[in-house]
Design a protein. Structure first.
Length: 324
C-alpha cells in the first residue's frame, strides 16, 4: 500500500508550503490562543482532506495561494467539528493524545473551535475565496444535518439503505466532495472539471465512511478506538444493516432487541458483532465500499496520465487499504 508521503510526492514542495501557510493563518497575538492552536496543529491526523484539495488543484493547474486557502478552509472546518464533537461526546482522547476538551475544558474547547471556524472563513473572504466558501458552507450544513439524522435514528432504531447512504453522504462524503471541487475551483478549472472532482470526492467519501464502519469491528489494538463504538451508541451501519435486511421477521426483531438493550447489557455487543461476522456483513460492506471507490476512479478517466493523476488513483486506494 502506498503511504501518504508517497502519494503526495508529486506536490511535496507545495505540501510543505501549505504547512507554513496554515500555521500563519492560525497565528494569534494572544499567547493563550496561539498555544492551543499550536497544540491542535501538532496533533492533526493524516490530513487527507487538504491533500485532496491540493491534488485536485494540481490536476488542473498550478497550486498557489487560493489552493492553500481552500485546503486550510476544509481542514480547519473538519478540525473545528472534531473539537466540538469531543465536547458533545465528553471525549478526552483524540488520535492517541489528550483532546482539547481534556486539556482546556469544554468552555475553552467550544470557543477555540469557533475561533478556528471563524478565522479560516475570515481569511478566505479577505483573500477573495467566496466561490470556495460556497462549496464549504454547503458541506457544513450537510454534515450537521447528517449527524442530527443519525442521532434521531439511533434513538428510534430505524434504518434503511437509502437513509444510511444519505447519512454517510452528508456526514462524511459532502466534505470530501467539497475538497475535490474546491481544489479545482482554486485554479479556475472548467465547470465540467469541477463537477468531476466533486463526484470523485463524493464517491470516495462514501467509500471512506464504509471503511470506517468496517474498521469499527476491528480490535482497539488495530484502530486505537474501542471496538464497535457505533454499535454501543445504537447506530446501525452497513455491516449490521445487511444482516438485518437478510433476516427473517423473528431474527430481525431479536437483533433490534439486542441493540435496543445494548446500553444496559454491554454483552450484547459481542453477540451482534459475532452475528455480523458470521452472516457476511463485513464482506458485503467491503464489496459496496469497493464499488464506490471504482465510481470515484471513473472521474479520472478523461484526464491524461500524469504523476498527479496517479497520486489521486493511489489516494483512492489508500482509503480502502488503511487500517485506522
Amino acid at each position: 500500500m502506498a503511504t501518504l508521503e508517497e502519494i503526495q510526492q508529486p506536490i511535496a514542495d507545495k505540501v510543505r508550503r501549505y504547512e507554513t501557510f496554515i500555521t500563519e493563518i492560525l497565528h494569534s497575538d494572544s499567547g493563550y490562543v496561539s498555544s492551543i492552536c499550536n497544540y491542535i496543529l501538532a496533533n492533526r491526523g493524516k490530513q487527507m482532506r487538504p491533500l485532496l484539495v491540493l491534488l485536485s488543484a494540481a490536476l488542473h493547474g498550478e497550486i498557489g495561494t487560493r489552493s492553500y486557502l481552500g485546503a486550510s478552509l476544509v481542514e480547519m472546518l473538519h478540525t473545528a467539528s472534531l473539537i466540538h464533537d469531543d465536547v458533545v461526546d465528553e471525549a478526552f482522547v483524540r488520535r492517541g493524545a489528550p483532546s482539547v476538551n481534556a486539556l482546556w475544558r469544554s468552555h475553552t474547547a467550544v470557543l477555540i473551535g469557533d475561533y478556528i471556524f471563524a478565522r479560516t472563513y475570515h481569511v478566505c473572504m479577505e483573500q477573495g475565496g467566496d466561490d470556495m466558501l460556497s462549496e464549504a458552507t454547503r458541506s457544513v450544513h450537510e454534515m450537521s444535518e447528517g449527524e442530527l439524522t443519525q442521532t434521531e435514528l439511533s434513538e428510534s432504531l430505524r434504518m434503511t439503505r437509502e437513509l444510511y447512504l444519505d447519512i454517510i453522504y452528508k456526514k462524511t462524503a459532502s466534505l470530501l466532495a467539497a475538497c475535490g471541487a474546491i481544489g479545482a475551483i482554486s485554479v479556475n478549472a472548467t465547470p465540467e472539471q469541477i463537477k468531476a472532482m466533486r463526484d470523485f470526492g463524493t464517491n470516495l467519501g462514501i467509500a471512506f465512511q464504509i471503511k470506517d464502519d468496517i474498521l469499527d469491528f476491528s480490535p482497539m489494538e488495530v484502530t486505537g478506538k474501542p471496538m464497535c463504538g457505533d454499535m454501543r451508541e445504537r447506530k446501525i451501519t452497513l455491516p449490521l444493516l445487511y444482516v438485518l435486511e437478510n433476516s427473517s421477521e423473528a431474527e430481525h426483531g431479536k437483533l433490534i432487541g439486542k441493540l435496543s438493550d445494548i446500553r444496559q447489557r454491554p454483552a450484547n455487543v459481542d453477540y451482534l458483532a459475532r452475528t455480523v461476522r458470521e452472516r457476511g456483513g463485513l464482506e458485503h460492506a467491503a464489496t459496496v465500499m469497493t464499488q464506490y471507490r471504482d465510481k470515484a476512479l471513473t472521474s479520472l478517466e478523461n484526464y491524461p496520465e500524469s504523476p498527479v493523476r496517479e497520486s489521486m488513483r493511489r489516494f483512492a486506494n489508500f482509503v480502502l487499504e488503511r487500517n485506522k
